[in-house]
Design a binder for this molecule. Sequence first.
Ligand code: MN
Length: 588
Amino acid sequence: MSSVMLNSSIDLTIPEWLQKCLTESPADDRRQSEIALIRHAFEFAYQLHQGQYRKSGEAYICHPMAVAGLLRDFGGSAAMIAAGFLHDVVEDTDVTCDEIEYHFGAEVRRLVEGVTKLSKLDFKSKTENQAENFRRMFLAMAQDIRVIVVKLADRLHNMRTLQHLREEKRRRIALETREIFAPLANRLGMWRVKSELEDLAFKYLEPDAYEQVLQYVAQKQANRQQRLSKSTEIVLTRLQQAGIQCLEVSGRSKHLYSIYQKMLLPHKEFHEIYDLAGLRIIVRTHEECYRALAVVHDIFRPIPGHFRDYIGLPKPNGYQSLHTAVVSSTGKLLEVQIRTLEMDYLADYGITAFWRLVHSLDTNRLHQQKLNEFAWLNELVACNEEIRDASEYMQSIKNDLTMEEVYVFTPKGDLISLPTKSTPVDFAYKIHTNLGNRLAKVKINGEDANEITMLTTGDTVEIQTDSNAEPKLGWVKAVATNKAKNAIRRWHKNKYASESKSKLLNSYIVPVVNLSFVCVDRIGILKDVIEKFYRYQINVQGVHVETNTNGIAKINLCIETNDAEKLNECVKEISRISDILDFRVVEL
Ligand code: MN
């Protein structure tokens, strides 16, 4: 083990945990080798980054050191902490991935390599490249979710030190954080990281509003604390009387960005939002959660429509808790969350809580649960492979990351989660593509229903099929999931392709050609088509659009060109727009 050779000319504060790592020599063999790995990684990174500085003027090593520290806080393994130290080494120095593997083993290499690939992505490039970047990111995630956790730690520290960058760069990074990284953290259940990322993005994207919210919250702080402590006292006493052992009752404040989002909702009074107070009750068992809820509802009047049972129906990211809202003794709204200690860890740290809890809890059960919960990730990757248009891809990622869920049941009682505004068509495609393609009749809660009725949590959905049934094109506009949208489009594309195979793209011998595109009727489709002609510098002499009620439109164009090859290229590109279903040359 090499000794630490810190260059004394650099002013470097080593955090306590690392200090301990550098000096500790535990008797336990496993612990010993973990510490050796972390120590080695730190020294290696320290020497390599020597002479490099961040925009803030600090020695560069401060950044990997902070990232490693965050990963340690998340409960990451020694390999992850080592990867935190080394995450910028391949990118910023001459070291190769092979060398990382030679020094630190295959696991650390995989993590560093994964993060390096992600960092190489040029996020500032135009939408098309960006889409490719995210596609790669999701593929990396599907392979090893820890790569994303390292990336999130990296992003969190970069956001914390964002003030040192130029305005334009700050905005870009903040926006990307809000649109992609915060939702990702949310999807991984890492609530703390998610809210900090959101608050920091808020600070740089809407600085005035941020200051305003900050001030209001500070003003109301004392008052809110007082009210909370009163309610806390009452609740504690009554829980004790009921024989429920309460591990913790704590008041909490909402994070700034969520307050701001509430401000933007119509018909919300300022004081309604700023006065929001929340109480969190931690008990030992599931059963005690429900008993504590009964106690709370007995003390304070519950407000209808606010009760949520996320213990019985966990959120897709694994979040569990009981939520309710009551009128507190001072007559104000009080939000109450009730959960076990285990649920509380999971709520704050998400997937990484799972690593934290590994030593103390029934890990097998948790592990299985986690694996099931991340099925959405594979779906996201699979689904997005089918979308060719870049901006559409970006939109679909954003939708998939931020969607809220409804929970419905199959006739056999299996629980299926879907984004809000989902329809029986989404339900069918979620179960199987052919179930959607052959959907003939729908029953919701035993009664006949329309295929595009919006589903609500608790519905039981039954799909009846017919081998002659065909998915309707109009559904494309009504469904909520990309899986259903893409499957319906694909079905129609295939149908048209087989019907009209040979008639396409003979060489054009006349300078004037009439073309006709069949497409999904949506706003902007005409612009998308015309734009391609414009880009190919092909003259469009006339346009005529026909629409009908089933959601299909026909765009007829009169084109003038002598360059058949160029026209072919252009038409090929238009056919790749996913809402374009068919194209034909109209005989004169
Ligand atoms: Mn970094």
